[in-house]
Design a binder for this molecule. Structure first.
Ligand code: NDP
Length: 478
């Protein structure tokens, strides 16, 4: 079995321990052995990044562009192989795995372009004969901590802007899915990334993640994952006075009004709620449905959900792959039990035993629920959706906004007035009209409000807000 090492200071360094990366579609299959990094590895990676920082900050935009462009090109060229690896380690269907790899490729190519477009301002001073110049500079050494649910796209959408804007990086991917991040590290190395500019330290969050976040020589941290870990990172970064960017959970509302096109609504909700096994922070977990369309909508969505094929991620017939691991599956099943205890009518949601050992779960629909139930307040992160019946548009907006989160929100309607009103009044960072709450473009900002996100937005040109710092220079030429 091949051992996959950490990349530190341009060298692939072996570790004392390696963890088994297992396939959630077939837990008998070990995808690979991946290094378990230590605090010493983090120290070495941060030191390498710090050493490389002045050189990379001074590298021309053309140099940064060429590196990112080449990584993007190779990712796209090998998307089939990497997508297969992604599906084997995370459990997304092969189509989703390849799609996510293509997205990572697009992200690298986008930021290759952005490396050429770093701009500033030249402003007139309020005093005579003085020029004022506002320029963007790299932040320095950035710690990137990523989750398991988008194992290639999220490392890409943090790494590419960090490097494009001249920063050096220490990346720690989720322990459950290190394979795709290892691919990105391999490509950067293969494409000539200078030693220390990008470092990969795999391992546990409590060891490697914690060491990155608390390291005195890290200038900023970008994190995606749970609210609990994100809140902890925010506290540490606040105490250490360093920049942080957090993307956390969601409890995303999808409103279906009486005037919706029923087929459009069912298709958006089926995709948003169940695809990628519901393991998306943008998943549509609260389906807020107006009374007039409620019964027809529920009947149609239920039939479509029950027809979904759950199975091995690599089987072309599979529409819903496995849950990522036993812990997440147990948590999902506990929420299905809780839904019953709270008085919901539960359709599906049971554990499925297939021919091979894996973490399979039938998608679940919770009917006759209220927004105060715990199943409608806490992020489940599995293939589970709740239906909440409301009387009218005003009640729908009130329920949609009654949550601690604010990532994505959707509405299905044929009324321009309702669509416009919803876009303005819903408290979320992203709004979808007649589209699933999940599924976003790669070149525009991604992020939310309230408990979902903290700090500047990710992706698109708005990523510059986090990955650069602004300098104001005054010049008197005499
Ligand atoms: P975590 O927040 O624990 O994991 C996210 C990343 O943070 C992982 O790389 C993890 O490492 C790392 N990490 C964990 N502890 C620390 C720490 N003290 N310091 C620095 N980094 C740390 O989420 P889980 O994977 O445990 O998932 C739990 C729940 O979080 C899910 O059920 C879901 O509700 C939510 N979640 C939300 C995501 C989103 O996109 N918003 C993505 C993933 C999960 P490692 O895992 O290697 O130990």
């Amino acid at each position: 079995m091949t051992k996959h090492d950490n990349l530190i200071g341009g060298k692939w360094l072996p570790s004392n321990t390696y963890s088994e990366n297992r396939n959630p579609s077939n837990t008998d299959e070990v995808v690979g052995l991946y290094a378990q990094g230590s605090v010493d590895d983090v120290d070495a990676a941060v030191a390498a990044a710090r050493k490389a920082a002045p050189g990379w900050a001074a590298a021309t935009p053309q140099v940064r562009h060429d590196l990112l462009e080449e990584v993007g090109r190779k990712l796209a060229e090998r998307a089939e192989d990497y997508g297969r690896l992604l599906s084997r380690e995370e459990g997304k269907t092969l189509a989703e795995g390849i799609g996510e790899t293509m997205r990572a490729a697009q992200v690298f190519k986008f930021f290759a372009g952005e490396a050429l477009r770093v701009t500033g301002d030249l402003q007139a001073s309020v005093r005579p004969d003085i020029d004022v110049e506002v320029t963007r500079e790299p932040v320095g050494v950035i710690g990137l901590i990523t989750p398991w649910n988008f194992p290639i796209a999220i490392p890409a959408w943090k790494t590419a802007p960090a490097l494009a804007y001249g920063n050096c990086v220490v990346l720690k991917p989720a322990d459950l899915t290190p394979g795709c991040a290892h691919v990105i590290a391999g490509l950067l190395d293969e494409c000539g990334c200078p030693p220390g500019v990008f470092n990969l330290v795999m391992g546990r969050g409590s060891v490697v993640g914690e060491a990155i976040v608390t390291h005195p020589d890290v200038d900023a941290v970008s994190f995606t994952g749970s609210v609990a870990t994100g809140s902890h990172i925010a506290e540490v970064c606040g105490r250490l006075k360093r920049k942080c960017q957090l993307e956390m959970g969601g409890k995303n509302p999808m409103v279906v009004l009486d005037d919706a096109d029923l087929d459009v609504a069912v298709s958006a909700c089926l995709n948003g709620t169940f695809f990628s096994t519901g393991q998306r922070c943008t998943a549509s977990s609260r389906l807020i449905v107006q009374a007039g369309i409620h019964d027809a909508f529920v009947e149609k969505l239920k039939a479509a959900m029950l027809a979904l094929k759950v199975g091995d991620a690599l089987d072309p017939a599979t529409q819903i792959g496995p849950v990522v691991d036993e812990k997440q599956l147990s948590s999902n099943l506990a929420y299905v039990d809780l839904a019953r205890k709270e008085g919901a009518k539960v359709i599906g949601g049971e554990r499925l035993e297939l021919d091979v050992p894996g973490y399979f779960q039938a998608p679940a629909l919770f009917l006759e629920t209220t927004n105060s139930m715990r199943i409608n307040r806490e992020e489940i992160f599995g293939p589970c959706g709740s239906v909440i019946k409301v009387a009218d548009f005003e009640e729908a907006i009130t329920v949609a906004n009654d949550t601690e989160f604010g990532l994505s929100a959707g509405i299905c309607t044929t009324s321009l007035k309702h669509a416009r009103d919803f876009k303005r009044r819903v408290r979320a960072g992203m709004v979808m009209v007649n589209l699933p709450t999940a599924g976003v473009d790669f070149h525009v900002p991604f992020g939310g409000t309230r408990g979902s996100s903290f700090g500047p937005r990710e992706q698109g040109r708005y990523a510059a807000e986090f990955f650069t710092t602004v300098k104001t220079s005054y010049l008197f030429a005499g």
